[in-house]
Design a protein around this ligand. Structure first.
Ligand code: FMN
Length: 311
């Protein structure tokens, strides 16, 4: 099995480790490939670099990676792609992997599982992942999502503080940033379920392997806000990119305007849209439930297998 990952704070690395540990313990051969951009991304992020990464994330213009740590002809039965979200898109190192000739060769004809760990908005990024996996000829079997349980408005403060300063702790009554420790520990259940599925060669079929494990839980209200945000990000990213490349001074004035727009949206439109959806929820509830079920495919939020694989 090939497990591909990239993590800056170590959060996604920890989740990746929890998922793959039961597989290695059961005797499956797991190759962990940690992606290394040729020019490393900083962590914590200097503020200008953080904003300047935006257009390329959305437009999927990924800077190159160092060569993979794999023999040229390596071949795997299953591929697990662990990524985080940057600006509603897959983080650039994962995009670079999926766009590379080597990444595409590895994925061709293979069953793939995606794992995301982010603040709380991963739907657009997962749509991009699905597209890139299909382009490479891979078959997406399952998707697992880990998000920050904090209130969406609180995480608009705690997540940027974390990635810009490295400080993850709670402060001023706000919760600590990131995925809760008990959820990270619970990631082991996916490794246990996968071990059993692989023992029965179920990865060769087309059915999801991780149903009943509460692999994803979608908040359909956030999904609506995310859709609006994604549309605006598309326009802004093309505009800023037209003004210059990453690192060039001449696009900085536009980046500043984008930043002001982003902050204005977060403090006005996001709470307003959440309030409106809350007020309208009795009318919208059946439509939101349909949307939720649709967006939770293929692995779903059911929990009928939780007890079996929990400890
Ligand atoms: C540049 C940047 C943009 C981000 N954008 C988003 C986002 O759009 N949605 C989201 O849910 N999380 C976003 N995050 C949070 C990351 O997905 C992730 O949770 C965090 O960077 C920690 O990941 P790590 O495992 O690399 O440490 C962003 C982080 C960075 C650094």
């Amino acid at each position: 099995m090939l497990v591909v990952t990239f993590s800056q704070s170590g959060q996604l690395a920890e989740i990746t480790g929890k998922i793959s540990a039961p597989l290695s313990a059961a005797g499956h051969r797991v190759h962990l490939e940690v992606l290394k951009p040729r020019t490393p991304f900083p962590f914590p992020w200097p503020f200008v670099d953080f904003i300047d990464a935006f257009p390329e994330c959305v437009l999927r213009e990924a800077p190159p990676l160092q060569p993979l740590n794999l023999p040229a002809d390596s071949d795997f039965d299953l591929i697990i792609l662990c990524y985080q979200v940057w600006y509603l898109a897959p983080a650039l190192p994962m995009t670079a992997f999926l766009q590379s000739a080597e990444g595409q060769r590895l994925l061709k004809g293979k069953p793939v599982i995606t794992v995301v760990a982010c603040r709380n908005m991963w739907l657009s990024a997962q749509a991009a992942m699905r597209e890139m996996i299909a382009d490479a000829g891979g078959r997406l079997l399952d998707h697992i999502a880990f998000t920050d349980r904090g209130h969406p408005l609180a995480t608009f403060i705690t997540t940027p503080r974390w990635v810009l300063t490295g400080r993850r702790n709670g402060f001023w009554g706000l919760p600590a940033a990131g995925v809760a420790p008990d959820e990270i520990a619970g990631a082991r259940r996916f490794g246990r379920a996968l071990t059993e599925a692989l023992d029965q060669d179920l990865e060769r079929g087309s059915a999801p392997l991780l149903r009943g494990l509460r692999a994803v839980t979608v908040n359909p209200r956030l999904a609506i806000s995310e859709r609006a945000g994604r549309r605006a990000f598309g326009v802004w990213s093309r505009l800023i990119r037209a003004a210059g490349k990453r690192g060039q001074w001449r696009r900085r004035p536009l980046l500043l305007v984008f930043l002001i727009y982003l902050i204005a949206m977060i403090i006005t439109v996001v709470p307003l849209s959440l309030l409106l959806q809350w007020l309208l929820s009795p009318l919208l509830s059946s439509r939101l439930n349909v949307l939720k079920a649709e967006l939770e495919q293929p692995s779903g939020s059911d929990d009928f297998n939780l007890e079996k694989y929990a400890s």
